[in-house]
Design a protein around this ligand. Structure first.
Ligand SMILES: [Zn+2]
Length: 428
């Protein structure tokens, strides 16, 4: 089946999208009341006829990760024979959740990811490399793979390559697109350059970044994004998705915020008390994925802090756009009495090429307050430089403990995932 972006509402007027979204939410609630044993109870008092505006939607109870974790069986579709795939959530905190998909969900997911790449100008003339894990029940690699293939892109499943392998792939397959975690791609680019490979002259034109932000709260490229762009002489794009929700937000060719697909997700940003926040102001991203069968959700609190971008985009799409993920809500901390986003620390450390690996530890008994320490695999002579850099770029002075890659891996619990922040406060 050929990919068609005209099924999407993204080019409809903002008024038309708003009206369709309200109808879609009402249909979704009716579906949940019939097909989800959790929501049948949870939404018993909600009468869909009374929902006529976004303000009405804002009064419907929300769903959070704990509710899913404690009632997971009740969130699953009631016909287990329809389930065709199971994945596990990643994430550094809490128990991993098993998320299930029906065949319809996988098609929906493929379409969603394909729309995102399509908006960024990717076409069936492109050749893509997926540089994230495609096994271990992971979601992202699978989702991206399905999206690119749906769009007709010649797609290669690379995973985590050695330098020799990557040189070989770049020479022989000549990918125009890379998809991966930006700090990893930066390291890969640096190592290739060290080996004498002309990275800037490679076939790569676009790099899609997941898992870490490449922009700051003014939508300017941060140093990680700039370095990556410069290293590969390519354009970098943000991609955001979460395993629980199967929704996708991505930058279009204008690279000015990440577009939603309004027919597939209803997007809200809320303040600390759970009320909608003004566009442009950071708050928690709350999403209602539309059309999901396996594990449908309503007003799901992602725990990610970002903001909505007010105006329509110059690309012509009128879908909601969000900024970069500024922090995880649970990781907004108070350090020495001041609010701090630990991501500022990780962004700063990601820019220092002499750091082989690191992990930021948050400890303490009274969240949101935290004590911070950073374990870094680097030469001891670099400590002063790290302190200076953190003061300048993250406006913070924290203890830096020189360590090594093996120790840092064992602090992480020897997982394959490059967890950057370990929040011990949540385990107390
Ligand atoms: Zn756009």
């Amino acid at each position: 089946l050929a990919f068609r972006n005209d099924y999407s509402w993204e080019f409809k007027s903002r008024e038309e999208i708003a009206a369709r979204s309200i109808r879609a939410i009402k249909n979704h609630i009716d579906f949940l009341k019939t097909d989800s044993s959790f929501y049948r109870e949870y939404l018993a008092d909600i009468d869909t006829d009374s929902i006529t505006s976004a303000e009405d939607i804002a009064l419907i109870p929300m769903t959070d990760r704990n509710m899913i974790s404690e009632n997971i069986e009740k969130f699953y579709a009631e016909k287990p024979q329809q389930i065709v795939e199971t994945v596990l959530t990643s994430g550094s905190t809490g128990r991993q959740l098993a998320v299930v998909f029906t065949e319809v969900d996988l098609d929906r997911l493929a379409y969603s990811q394909a729309l995102t790449f399509n908006a960024a100008g990717v076409t069936n003339k492109d050749i893509a490399q997926i540089l994230v894990s495609l096994d271990h029940l992971s979601f992202f690699g699978m989702a991206i793979y399905r999206g690119l293939v749906t769009l007709g892109v010649n797609t290669t499943r690379v995973g985590i390559p050695s330098i020799v392998e990557q040189q070989n792939y770049l020479n022989r397959i000549k990918p125009t697109i890379l998809v991966g975690i930006p700090s990893f791609l930066k390291k890969l680019g640096l190592k290739l350059a060290q080996e004498g490979f002309d990275v800037r002259a490679s076939s790569v034109q676009k790099i899609f970044c997941i898992g870490e932000s490449i922009r700051d709260d003014s939508l300017s490229m941060n140093n990680l994004g700039k370095r990556l762009q410069d290293l590969f002489n390519a354009q970098v794009f943000s991609l955001y998705s979460t395993t629980e929700t199967s929704v996708s937000y991505g930058e279009c060719t204008e690279r000015n915020g990440s577009h939603s697909q309004p027919e597939l997700v209803f997007t809200e940003i809320i303040d600390d008390s759970g009320f909608p926040i003004q566009d442009g102001t950071p708050g928690e991203l709350v999403v209602t994925p539309l059309g999901v069968e396996g594990m449908p959700l309503l007003r799901y609190r992602t725990g990610d802090i970002t903001f909505k971008i007010p105006e329509s985009c110059s690309c012509g799409r009128n879908s909601d756009r969000i900024g970069p993920i500024l922090a995880r809500k649970s990781q907004v901390i108070k350090y020495k009495g001041k609010i701090l986003f630990p991501r500022l620390i990780t962004n700063a450390l990601d820019e220092l090429d002499f750091i082989e690996d690191y992990v930021v530890m948050l400890e303490g008994k009274e969240a949101p307050s935290a004590q911070i320490s950073i374990h870094i695999a680097s030469h001891p002579s670099k400590v002063d430089m790290i302190h200076t850099y953190l003061r300048k770029n993250a406006k913070v002075t924290v203890p830096v403990l020189i360590s090594n890659v093996t120790t840092i891996n064992s602090i992480r619990g020897n997982t394959n995932k490059k967890i950057r922040i370990i929040d011990k406060r949540l385990q107390q």
